[in-house]
Design a protein around this ligand. Structure first.
Ligand SMILES: NC(=O)c1ccc[n+]([C@@H]2O[C@H](COP(=O)([O-])OP(=O)(O)OC[C@H]3O[C@@H](n4cnc5c(N)ncnc54)[C@H](O)[C@@H]3O)[C@@H](O)[C@H]2O)c1
Length: 309
């Protein structure tokens, strides 16, 4: 199949492209290299099944493809808050352009949505039926509301134009090729530990997150894309095993052998206290569940960041 991956030079996109090429698909990676890089896809460039194109998804794109994975969007607060208007445009105009393309060429299309659509949730763990609690005017809104609007567009194209859509709500994912200084908690802790700097924990360290290793996530995205047409999602994809930030910091110290100290800073505005996916729907509809425990994934991620340093 001819498969378009937008945001294909990013963290998740580059792993997805690799897996698709390994599965003998013809892959077109489209990226404006805002947070992605050619380093992430350099190992694919010599492969005739792989093609990279510099393009910004806020502009229309005309290509012949059978499937589209729409991943283009900066994902870490540092990057999506750098130019918030562009972030909303990327999610909303990007979705409109990719859905328009899917309609024209009758392609099946998958949206990389996010657990951020649940905002700071009152329901725990979050099921897909929960509508979320997002501050529409806060600093995270450009990302959260942009992704919510993209979901709306996907479901309107589904209802109005009978497009084959798939919506994945991705929870915290980590692994090799994350940006070292993107402010996300796993990369932050690992880089600080490897550099021997203080490990900065926001709040008292009791807030929790659940972390999904990249290989598990890519497996979930592929299963969702290949699922029967009636499965549109939204489907939560993430690892339901929860850790406190303090536990993550301590595991990072143990695995890196670092002597860094833990320091505590005030919580940023609108930071969710707790986030955990309910993946019952993914288990039942896709037969998917994560298999790689945090300690194992963290070891592989630490090895990657060591090589970067
Ligand atoms: N990593 C996570 O934990 C996580 C969680 C939830 C959702 N997601 C979603 O998954 C997708 C990929 O995330 P990631 O972690 O790989 O982030 P990333 O920043 O590494 O990848 C995003 C890619 O999109 C590209 N991009 C940004 N704006 C673009 C534009 N206007 N046109 C073309 N390309 C553009 C970037 O250059 C980058 O290569 C994003 O849509 C993100 O919202 C990720």
């Amino acid at each position: 199949m001819r498969i378009l991956v937008t945001g294909g030079a990013g963290f998740i996109g580059s792993h997805l492209c690799k897996k698709l090429v390994d599965n003998r698909h013809d892959v077109l990676c489209v990226d404006n290299y805002f947070t992605g890089s050619k380093d992430n896809i350099v190992h694919l460039l010599a492969n005739p099944l792989f093609e990279a194109m510099r393009h910004d998804v806020t502009f229309p794109l005309y290509v012949e493809v059978d499937r589209i994975f729409n991943l283009a969007c900066p994902a870490s607060p540092i990057h999506y808050q750098f130019d918030p208007v562009q972030t909303t445009k990327t999610s909303v105009h990007g979705a409109i352009n990719m859905l328009g393309l899917a309609k024209r060429v009758k392609a099946r299309i998958l949206q990389a949505s996010t657990s951020e659509v649940y905002g700071d949730p009152e329901v725990h763990p979050q099921t897909e039926a929960y509508w979320g609690r997002v501050n529409p005017i806060g600093p995270r809104a450009c990302y959260d509301e942009g992704k919510r609007c993209a979901e709306t567009l996907f479901f309107d194209y589904y209802r109005q134009h009978r497009l084959e859509i798939k919506v994945a709500r991705i929870f915290n994912t980590y692994g090799p090729r994350m940006l070292p200084d993107d402010g996300r908690v796993v990369s932050n802790f690992v880089m600080q530990a490897l550099r021997g700097q203080d490990i900065t924990i926001y709040g008292d360290g009791t807030q929790t997150r659940s972390f999904c290793y990249i290989d598990d996530l890519v497996d979930g995205l592929l299963k969702l894309m290949d699922s029967p047409a009636e499965i549109t999602g939204p489907v939560n994809l993430g690892n339901p095993v929860e850790f406190t930030m303090r536990e993550l910091a301590e595991m990072t110290l143990k695995l890196t052998g670092s002597r860094s100290k833990l320091v505590f800073l005030p919580l940023p505005q609108d930071d969710p206290r707790q986030r955990q996916p309910d993946i019952a729907f993914a288990r039942a509809s896709l037969g998917w569940a994560p298999t790689i425990p945090l300690e194992e994934g963290l070891k592989r991620t630490i090895a990657y960041f060591r090589s970067v340093l």
